[in-house]
Design a protein around this ligand. Structure first.
Ligand SMILES: Cc1ncc(COP(=O)(O)O)c(C=O)c1O
Length: 366
């Protein structure tokens, strides 16, 4: 079986964990601090605040940017549910803007249509490892005086015009879940260059407490463990290399699949470095393709089979009339193929062969 995702964990990560276990200091401590410093320096921000997950990072970032009950936050419907749910956690209202058909990322033109007097922020998602159109997005934020929060949970190391994602917003969030471009098991990070946002984020992560048993605000326990941070430090040092493998695998798949009927290969904007968290194609006949992949024991993913506004939770919250045709169409067509750095060259070739052949044969059967 070729899995659709696989973390690359080696001897170094194992040694790093054993060292922490041996030290007896397991919770947030020196490793977390070192990981935060290394991560901020990698992304290019003044601060990084480690959290227990990417979801926690989103919640912390929104609160630290001052999102309050009743505020509207514009986001994409074509993402993992955590992006929008974090807005609900703040008792604010997600307002969905449709996606760009080529990149699957939020469409700046549709953001413009959705801004109201209540809009406080944009929460954009760099989906599949490709940066959003940051020039248009930062312009909108300036025009309407909106906060910008980047969900970079799928985009560690991705760039827009030579600048790393996670450094554009008032705050940005990363996830270190095992399928991501780097992992800590579970974990997350908020990056920011604002001293104030960083200070608030640390407070919220720590039950609103700066001094032990003194609580000045409502907070949570969103801390990362030193065990996770020890893994993160090793993984961060390998990230560029792991991303390079993803990029090579994606290039090989695109070379082989270009021009195959019924398959649309990923579009990469000229001004970005796409780090291929997912290699996602549009497949005209997705069900047929799935059957062949399953027969050939090739893993795949559908990211995402239902846009957020069509989830039952959101229907019950009154989003039943919301129409976002491009996100809805993408949900019916997308399919992610394995692209992770543990793939061997023969495996990438086999994936391309099965996908290419399937579509051609289907066409002949018509
Ligand atoms: C776009 C996006 N946002 C948020 C999250 C949430 O991250 P986590 O699973 O670490 O809570 C994920 C990953 O699962 C994600 O892909």
């Amino acid at each position: 079986m070729i899995p659709v995702a696989k973390p690359l964990i080696g001897e170094e990560e194992k040694r790093a964990v054993l060292e922490v276990l041996g030290s007896g200091m397991l919770a947030q401590g020196a490793r977390v601090k070192a990981f935060e410093e290394a991560f901020a320096s990698y992304v290019g921000t003044r601060h990084a605040v480690a959290t227990s997950s990417g979801t926690a990072a989103l919640h912390v970032a929104l609160l630290a940017c001052g999102i309050r009950p009743g505020d509207e936050v514009i986001t994409t419907p074509f993402t993992f549910i955590a992006s929008a749910n974090a807005i609900l956690y703040c008792n604010a209202r997600p307002v969905f803007a449709d996606i760009d058909e080529r990149t699957f990322n939020i469409d700046p033109e549709d953001i413009n249509e959705k801004v109201t007097r209540k809009t406080r922020a944009l929460l954009i998602v760099h989906l599949y490892g490709q940066a959003c159109d940051m020039r248009a997005i930062t312009e909108i934020c300036e025009d309407y005086n909106l906060k910008l929060i980047e969900d970079a949970c799928q985009a560690h190391g991705a760039e827009y015009r030579g600048r790393r994602v996670g450094s554009f917003g008032d705050a940005a969030c990363f996830s270190f879940y095992p399928t991501k471009n780097m992992t800590t098991g579970e974990g997350g990070m908020v990056t920011t260059s604002s001293d104030e946002v960083a200070e608030r984020a640390r407070l919220i992560r720590e039950h609103g407490s700066r001094v032990r048993y003194e609580h000045i605000a409502l907070g949570y326990n969103y801390r990362m463990t030193d065990i996770a941070a020890a893994i993160g430090l090793v993984q961060l040092a390998k990230l560029e290399q792991m991303n390079a493998r993803r990029i090579e695998n994606a290039a090989m798949l695109s070379r082989e699949l270009k021009g195959v009927e019924g398959i649309e290969i990923p579009y990469v904007m000229p001004e970005v470095k796409h780090v291929f968290h997912q290699y996602t194609v549009r497949a005209e006949r997705r069900e047929e393709l799935i059957k062949k992949l399953e027969k050939a024991k090739i893993g795949y993913g559908i990211h995402y089979p239902k846009p957020v506004h069509r989830q039952r939770l959101y229907l019950e919250l009154g989003y039943g009339d919301v129409s976002l045709p491009r996100a809805e169409k993408a949900s019916r067509e997308v399919l992610s193929l394995p692209v992770h750095p543990a793939l061997k060259e023969e495996e990438v070739k086999l994936i391309a062969e099965v996908v290419g052949d399937v579509q051609r044969r289907v066409d002949r059967e018509d």
